[in-house]
Design a protein around this ligand. Structure first.
Ligand SMILES: Nc1ncnc2c1ncn2[C@@H]1O[C@H](COP(=O)(O)OP(=O)(O)OP(=O)(O)O)[C@@H](O)[C@H]1O
Ligand SMILES: [Mg+2]
Length: 315
């Protein structure tokens, strides 16, 4: 099922020489994690903001599920879509609990239900509610505030979440931790996430599929694996560093290259690797163990097999 459909969407700002978004057509599948990637000014934020109607397209149509979003009330639409903006955008005069509870409050939930929901979400993003619910944003680290931003976006239980460089201002180590949490969260909650970044490594780590934008147009829309192995043109090749094989292998998740378990699967003491691990580690395990294949696991249960030729197929 399609969660978001862009049909020939163009945004021309007044006085601009060319459109910020130019005839964009693509589908975002329900439950998928799609990353919008491209250099500064290529139109990522503009495209995202048209989904919750903070901007209106000059021409073209956006559908949420089956519905043309122009036919929906903008406020209702925004309450159905979680939104995390760069620099988080928490209200400084409100506590963590009040910030997270904004949308449920707007939806007129009972106070007790809001309280429960807030605690549940804080726990989900790894902020113990007893410790954090009554704090103010200024009393937290940048990474913690970012998590509050994610909890707030989840609060109304939206099916679709838009995230605009949510981890932009965070140091590299904290950022990797937040990325891991977000992947786990998405797998658990099965939300559709449209995530903007200009950080190639972040895109490759997080995405099921990446939309590469240049000058407002889609240059390539594919899995990280296919983008690295078959960049559409020189621009994509240079952008993702397609010439550095080892670096790329370190960025691609094992599950993107694995094959399904055969019907006659037996574990037979084969080395195992988690599906979230990367191909660089898989390669070194294969080379060091001399095993013909690795068993790929999820929560310690076998879900696939990975051979050297599966890895090579991608180069
Ligand atoms: N409100 C606006 N009015 C006029 N022009 C705008 C407006 N917002 C953005 N633009 C222009 O539209 C183009 C795309 O901007 P946009 O913010 O979508 O880029 P971006 O890909 O999100 O960039 P960044 O990575 O720097 O955030 C840019 O040339 C920008 O100057
Ligand atoms: Mg932007």
């Amino acid at each position: 099922m399609t969660a978001i459909r862009f049909e020939n969407v163009t945004k021309q700002y007044a006085n601009a020489a060319r459109p910020a978004v130019d005839s964009v057509s693509c589908d975002v599948d329900e439950g998928s994690f799609v990353v919008l990637l491209g250099p500064s000014g290529c139109g990522k934020t503009t495209l995202l903001k048209m989904v919750n109607r903070l901007y209106e397209p000059t021409s073209g149509t956006i559908y949420l599920g089956q519905q043309d979003i122009r036919e929906m009330d903008a406020t209702t639409l925004r309450r159905q879509i979680g939104y995390v903006i760069q620099q988080i955008g928490l209200f400084p005069h409100m506590t963590v609990a009040q910030n997270v509870g904004i949308v449920p409050d707007l939806l007129n939930w009972e106070p007790e239900r809001i309280r429960q929901r807030v605690d549940e979400l804080l726990a989900l993003v790894d902020l113990p509610p007893d410790e954090y619910r009554d704090r103010y944003p200024s009393q937290m680290s940048g990474g913690q505030r970012q998590r509050v931003g994610v909890a707030r976006a989840l609060a109304g239980d939206p099916d679709v979440i838009l995230m605009d460089e949510p981890f932009g201002a965070i140091d590299a180590i904290t950022r990797t931790g937040l990325q891991d949490e977000l992947i786990k969260l998405q797998r658990k909650l099965k939300k559709t996430i449209l995530f903007v970044t200009h950080d190639v490594e972040e895109a490759l780590r997080l995405a099921d599929k990446i939309i590469i934008l240049k000058d407002g147009r889609i240059v390539q829309y594919d899995t990280p694996f296919n983008i690295l192995s078959h960049p559409a043109n020189q621009f994509v090749y240079d952008l993702v560093g397609a010439d550095d094989i080892i670096r790329q292998l370190g960025l691609v998740r094992v599950d993107l290259a694995m094959k399904p378990l055969p019907a006659d699967f037996v574990q037979n003491g084969r080395p195992t690797i988690a599906r979230d691990d990367n191909l660089r580690r898989a390669l070194s395990m294969l080379l060091n163990s001399n095993a013909p294949a690795l068993t790929v696991t999820e929560n310690d249960r076998p879900v696939g097999l990975l051979t050297l030729s599966n890895i090579q197929a991608y180069q």
